[in-house]
Design a protein around this ligand. Structure first.
Ligand code: SAM
Length: 316
């Protein structure tokens, strides 16, 4: 699938649920309880993946909300694994439900894991996440590494005055473990407002001249990668606000209630449910192609854009 700006769309981010174990304020501000009944069933997600794959999608990331809250997660992973054309299946998780699950996920066909982790200090972690357990996420990471998820990416959103004093502790994680820590700039989505706490990636890099650039894994990847010489892992910076990478964007998102969002930084969403009422896939194909044709050239994070959904309701 190509959009109007010559970009090839081959990456689908599938939000399996809006529900989450954690209540990180910058992600879920103002949200109440998320209704389970609005979530698509596993077979609907698999149908979307099949049709997307027939249109050229090669990679799927499962996200949410917290994807590990879906009881049918393993069924979804193995179902996607069986879809012709899908070469990679990844998942982003907060790690709270990861202990005991990594091998099963691997066996079901999951290729890569990203674990979100905003503090390495137990009390702060609990405060920032509204009750989460640092120990569970760290145990989940260790087990995931043992199960062969390598490199394992750790997503960190730094907020000034909240957790940016841990930047070097996160970088130290890359010393002896095959983990790639990625610092992600906070983006203005939904009701959260942390604009005055956003820490630009350029500022973090400038303060650490010992970081050496590492070659990108693929052209146009969102993160700019670095390494501390001699360290095993990498340090990446994903700076969508201060360093736009929209010209390389290759992705679309489907929310757990069946809306296709062609751009994270735009409120445009195309409903897929109606098209899915038709047992023939033609209507669904057409709805997907229509959405891709409308993909904006660039996100609106630096303008007056005001997202109608939090990240947890879009799919991070
Ligand atoms: N529950 C899973 C998790 O915690 O990884 C997956 C969903 S979560 C929405 C995915 C990622 O989005 C997390 O790494 C989170 O830190 C990030 N995120 C949420 N809101 C954000 C925002 N406004 N700006 C930047 N990243 C955000």
């Amino acid at each position: 699938m190509n959009d109007h700006f010559g970009r090839t769309i081959e990456y689908l981010r599938l939000s399996l649920t809006e529900r989450c174990t954690l209540k990180c304020a910058y992600c879920r501000a103002g949200e109440g309880l998320c209704p389970k009944k609005s979530e698509l069933p596993a077979e609907a997600f698999l149908r979307i993946v099949r049709v997307m794959a027939s249109l050229g999608v090669k990679k799927v990331r499962l996200t949410g909300g917290e994807p590990m809250l879906r009881r049918d997660l393993l069924e979804i992973v193995s179902g996607i694994r069986a879809v012709e054309g899908i070469k990679e299946i990844d998942m982003t998780t907060n790690g709270q439900h990861l202990p005991g699950q990594s091998r099963l996920l691997r066996e079901a066909g999951l290729d890569r894991l990203n674990v979100s982790l905003d503090s390495l200090r137990a009390e702060r972690f609990t405060a920032m996440t509204g009750g989460g357990s640092l120990e569970k996420t760290l145990t989940g990471i260790e087990e995931a590494l043992e199960a062969g998820f390598r490199p394992l990416k750790i997503n960190v959103v730094l907020l000034r005055g909240e957790n940016d004093d841990e930047t070097d502790d996160f970088i130290a994680l890359t010393k002896d473990k095959p983990v790639w820590v990625r610092f992600i700039e906070w983006m203005p989505l939904g009701e959260s407002d942390c604009a005055d706490k956003r820490v630009p990636g350029g500022e973090l890099r400038a303060a650490r001249p010992y970081l050496e650039p590492a070659p990108p894994v693929y052209k146009g990847q969102p993160s700019r990668d670095y390494q501390v010489p001699g360290y095993m892992g990498r340090v990446g910076f994903i700076d969508p606000v201060s360093h736009r990478f929209c010209q390389y964007c290759n992705r679309v998102r489907v929310t757990s209630d069946g809306m296709l969002r062609p751009c994270l930084g735009s409120n445009l969403e195309i409903p897929l449910r109606e098209a899915m009422n038709d047992p023939d896939d033609a209507a669904l194909r057409e709805a997907i192609l229509r959405a891709v044709r409308q993909k904006p050239e660039a996100h609106g994070f630096d303008g007056a854009f005001c997202a109608n959904r939090n990240m947890s309701r879009i799919g991070g």
